[in-house]
Design a protein around this ligand. Structure first.
Ligand code: NCD
Ligand code: ZN
Length: 349
């Protein structure tokens, strides 16, 4: 059995860092493990232009030690009004790597999202022309059954969009179904997907294990075991189209443990360790480096990292909570339980 695993330092291609005090409490977890992360723009109000993205990037760097080597890769939030000029400015900035499509109302802080896709056509055309990737929260927002929303979105929105813009690079974020796997595997070049640790390690039973489990609630919601198996097979297959995106999405305990708890799972405290566990379960540890450290930069046209990290097969206990807001901590994935892989050489920044 493999006891130590040395891989090229990974990147996180889908991450929520929030802002202010919350940002300062979560950013170090990611910076310790990952060289780069694609930072989601769903702040309140959202990040909609390059100037705001650069200001946010500076706040992230200010929350970390001065000598950090962590490189936040920024995204813009697509709205009905995003102009081609906003896209050209973003494409000209080395720190902005993508534009995020949230269908309005699909998830946390998505109320400013796109209400009518046809309004975004000029922006999408410009993105295709300039090689700026579209990052997609792939769920419809109508009354469709919550477990069917990803498939419905692919069939009714994403497949036609990918056809209308054959040059547009598209990342279907946090995939959860065999339908998403099939769409990405059989689609045209320029299509890829990120996969979270929770969608590899859990299925929808984990929402109700012994009672309702608010800390296992994220969007897209956990799915049937057969979908988890398909997503696991895709992520560990060695295909270049699938890469690591934790979707770590911190929320204070009081907004998770309540009558109407919000969506989002915090996993940055074990953002690479959980994937090592998943790949070991699949008997595919040898594919972890491709998924975590190679496929992402290759898709985005960025260099692969040169440093390495070492993971050791040594269980550790996750704290019950981490400090987050004043008197309102954060409950991490696996709170109070063990994770079977540990990072041996965490960067102390
Ligand atoms: C994310 C958040 O909290 O910002 N929540 C989630 O459940 N994944 C938003 C998102 O990515 O959908
Ligand atoms: Zn997300």
């Amino acid at each position: 059995m493999t006891e130590r695993l040395v891989i090229i330092q990974p990147d996180d291609w889908h991450l929520h860092l929030r802002d202010g005090a919350a940002l300062a409490s979560v950013a170090p977890f990611t910076a310790r493990r990952f060289r780069r992360a694609v930072v989601m723009p769903n702040l309140r109000p959202p990040v909609t232009n390059t100037e705001q993205a650069l200001a946010y990037r500076q706040r992230i760097l200010d929350a970390l030690p001065r000598d950090t080597s962590f490189d936040p890769l920024m995204t813009l939030y697509l709205t009905d009004n995003t102009s081609p000029k906003v896209i050209s400015e973003a494409a000209a900035c080395e720190h902005v790597v993508g534009v995020k499509l949230y269908p309005a109302g699909a998830t946390t802080n998505s109320d400013f999202g796109v209400t009518r896709l046809d309004k975004t056509e000029p922006a999408l055309e410009q993105m295709a022309a300039l090689g700026m990737p579209l990052l997609v929260h792939g769920e419809v927002t109508d009354k469709t059954d919550v477990f069917e929303r990803e498939k419905r979105f692919i069939d009714s929105v994403l497949a036609p969009l990918a056809q209308r813009h054959p040059q547009l690079k598209i990342v279907l974020e946090h995939i959860t179904t065999s339908d998403a796997v099939a769409f990405v595997n059989t689609g045209r070049p320029g299509l890829a997907a990120t996969v979270t640790p929770q969608h590899l390690l859990m299925n929808r039973n984990d929402l109700f294990a012994g009672g309702v489990r608010p800390h296992h609630f994220c969007l897209p919601v956990l799915k049937h075991e057969r979908h988890r198996e398909a997503v696991m097979e895709a992520a560990t297959s060695g295909s270049a189209r699938f890469f690591l995106g934790t979707d770590s999405a911190p929320h204070a305990r009081s907004s998770k443990e309540t009558a109407c708890g919000c969506a989002g799972i915090f996993s940055a405290h074990a953002g690479i360790e959980l994937y090592a566990e998943a790949f070991e379960q699949a008997g595919r540890l040898e594919q972890l480096q491709k998924f975590a450290s190679e496929n992402g930069p290759d898709f985005y046209g960025l260099p692969r990292n040169t440093d390495t990290i070492t993971l050791v097969r040594e269980p550790w206990q996750v704290p019950v909570s981490y400090p987050f807001l004043d008197n309102d901590p954060l409950v991490p994935l696996r709170s109070g339980e063990t994770i079977s892989w540990r990072l041996e050489n965490p960067r102390h920044d």
